[in-house]
Design a protein around this ligand. Structure first.
Ligand code: IMP
Length: 193
């Protein structure tokens, strides 16, 4: 069975392919010659994930899933949320985004936040969604050089280090994306048994 992962990110594709049974062949947008930047115009993670998967299913007639992730900070009413990638501007720069967030939280006691990933799957005419959440706190400065995005300022609950300091194995095992993907993989495995 062929399944499209609506991503241009080869790293993400490889990570998910490794978790899937061999009977499922995962293809990226590049593999189907889709070079469009699919506009993420939704106001929620759920809407954006659906927009991306539906674009592929409707344009190419193929089964597809997509993911969308955001960092939601309690005291900022869930910001940056769906705007996490471009919080500090369209340049989508991770350091700019972290600097802006640390400034917004300056002097604030409540630094609770969570990452959330939503996956939207279109399979044989039916839609399914899966999500994954990791709770944590925003630190007061950056720690660690690993990962990407907001990793150096996000400390998952139960750990004394940020995602920027923890190994990628540890992060993948407890992360929002890891958890959402695991739900998707379990679902697909059960269907193909
Ligand atoms: P995307 O939906 O996976 O493209 O994620 C949107 C934005 O959320 C990214 O550009 C990052 O700023 C942030 N983000 C997503 N996943 C992570 C993560 O695992 N660590 C840190 N930041 C992330």
């Amino acid at each position: 069975m062929k399944l499209i992962f609506a991503t241009h990110n080869d790293h993400k594709l490889k990570e998910v392919q490794q978790l899937l049974p061999e009977s499922i062949e995962l293809l990226s947008l590049k593999d189907i010659q889709c070079f469009n930047e699919i506009p993420e115009t939704g106001e929620t993670l759920e809407e954006n994930a659906k927009i991306k998967a539906d674009f592929v299913t409707q344009t190419y007639g193929l089964d597809c899933f997509s993911d969308d992730t955001g960092l939601l900070v309690n005291t900022l009413d869930g910001a940056p949320g769906v705007y996490s990638a471009r919080y500090a501007g369209e340049q989508k720069n991770a350091v700019d985004n972290m600097t802006k967030l640390l400034l917004e939280l300056d002097g604030k006691e409540n630094r609770q936040a969570h990452f959330k990933t939503v996956i939207h799957l279109n399979l044989e005419g039916v839609s399914y969604t899966f999500d994954g959440i990791v709770e944590g706190t925003i630190t007061t400065e950056q720690y660690g050089l690993g990962g990407f995005g907001y990793d150096p300022i996000f400390k998952p609950n139960g750990y004394n280090q940020t995602f920027g300091e923890l190994s990628s194995e540890t992060k993948n095992a407890i992360s929002h994306r890891g958890r959402a993907i695991q739900k998707l993989v379990n679902f697909l495995k059960n269907r193909t048994l």
